[in-house]
Design a protein around this ligand. Structure first.
Ligand SMILES: *Cc1c(COP(=O)(O)O)cnc(C)c1O
Length: 404
């Protein structure tokens, strides 16, 4: 079996984390203390957290039916909005960036807009200052999608405290995991009370809990380079061979992929136990990413997304935009199937997923960003030797591009 490096810097679990006789730490209190945030509600996924957030806001403003999202994001976000009868409105991105095109955002925000979902992509912090001003025009709520950014900081504070409501994801590959799980909280006491009430009323579904518990055990066993290809690399290569990029990166979701149930006690205790290792995990990832970003910066024709001043990113992977689609295609042709943790974050803009094509709207920059972006894992298992291999390959491709 060829070693396989994971595409993101997931926190590995140890068998001792699974011990049901461990001193039982409450995951919500543990995350609250670790991040200095209000005690969160626990949910069965990041998507379920978003649904609870939206339902809470919908009750406050039943006449508002639209939710603005970036046109390049996790397809589950759009599916979640539709699942509860709201309408996703796609905002295009700024040219050559994952941030909102503010002009498009201003135009799309109106009296029917319930919320704007802002995404902290790639463990980087999105500064909400400009968005707050736009949101205020029509009393629109700001929801922070921090699924990829637990641990990231803005002015020494956790992400999720700039807007009205925020959530993290505990899915595989997002960092801390409970085999699907979500963390939901609000800095606004009145909203915080409502989301807790709603989250507590969600049913416990034994079949789902059993399935997830098995998956969590499987992850503990197999999330390491020697066996990861069984649960990751094998599927990736199989689908890429069939030219199915959407399935290859696991973006092939539909409404049935969104169960709503409680996060089981055992799984939350496992995550709480592993969470003790997060500060060191984030620290190490930060050091490694900063060093590698410096090296990548020296290559031509690439934009490497780095943390902005007054923010600290967690860098689960390094997000890169090439000047031209041809460069990205050549890099992926050389490295995507190589087991070194190179992949794409979201392979398409939202309307280009078959399950969401009815959301067609003009979002050229999002389509362009989906085509030209790719990621390099920031897992500690990608050692310097393998990173240098990647660097050399990318360097060769970008230099060749100079010649055409
Ligand atoms: C993963 C992800 C989600 C959904 O989280 P789940 O826990 O998988 O439901 C939402 N938004 C973004 C940006 C994500 O990366």
């Amino acid at each position: 079996m060829k070693p396989e490096i994971p595409p993101t810097n997931g926190l590995a679990l140890y068998f001792k984390d699974l011990n049901p006789f461990n001193h039982q730490q409450d995951l919500a209190s543990c995350i609250s203390a670790l991040l200095n945030i209000p005690k969160p509600a626990l949910t069965c996924s990041g998507t379920a957290a978003l649904i609870i957030a939206l339902e809470t806001l919908k009750e406050l403003y039943p006449q508002k039916t639209q939710v603005i999202i970036p046109a390049w994001t996790c397809p589950l976000v759009a599916l979640a909005i539709e699942k509860i009868g709201l309408i996703p409105i796609l905002c295009d991105l700024e040219k050559n960036h994952f941030k909102f095109d503010l002009h498009d955002l201003k135009q799309k925000n109106n009296i029917s807009t319930l919320a704007i979902i802002v995404t902290h992509f790639a463990g980087l912090v999105y500064d909400l200052t400009d968005l707050k001003y736009i949101a205020q025009q029509h009393n629109t709520y700001l929801i922070e999608d921090a699924a990829q950014a637990m641990g990231a900081k803005y002015n020494h504070q956790s992400v999720g405290l700039q807007g009205d409501i925020a959530f993290f994801s505990l899915a595989f590959g997002k960092g801390l995991t409970s085999a699907e799980g979500g963390i939901l909280f609000s800095i606004r006491p009145e909203l915080q009370k409502k989301i807790h009430k709603k989250a507590s009323k969600v049913p416990m579904l034994k079949d789902w809990e059993f399935k997830r518990s098995i998956e969590l055990f499987g992850y503990t066993l197999l999330y390491r380079p020697s066996t990861l290809s069984w649960i990751y690399g094998h599927h990736l290569r199989k689908y890429l061979k069939e030219n199915n990029e959407i399935a290859a990166v696991g973006d092939d979701f539909n409404q049935e992929d969104i169960p709503i149930h409680q996060l089981g006690k055992w799984r939350s205790h496992v995550a709480a136990h592993a969470a003790n290792r997060l500060p060191e995990h984030w620290n190490q990832a930060h050091l490694q990413a900063k060093k590698r970003i410096e090296q990548l910066r020296k290559l031509p024709h690439l934009t490497i997304f780095d943390e902005e001043s007054s923010t600290t990113a967690t860098f689960p992977f390094i997000l890169i935009l090439a000047e031209h689609k041809k460069i990205t295609d050549a890099i992926l042709a050389a490295l995507w199937t190589g087991g070194l943790g190179i992949t794409k974050l979201f392979v398409r803009a939202i309307p280009d997923y078959p399950a969401l094509k009815h959301l067609h709207s003009s979002v050229p920059n999002a389509i362009d960003f989906a085509e030209r972006s790719f990621t390099i894992t920031n897992s500690a298992w990608l050692d310097d030797q393998n990173f240098n291999k990647i660097l050399k390959t990318i360097e060769m491709i970008t230099l060749q591009y100079d010649l055409i």
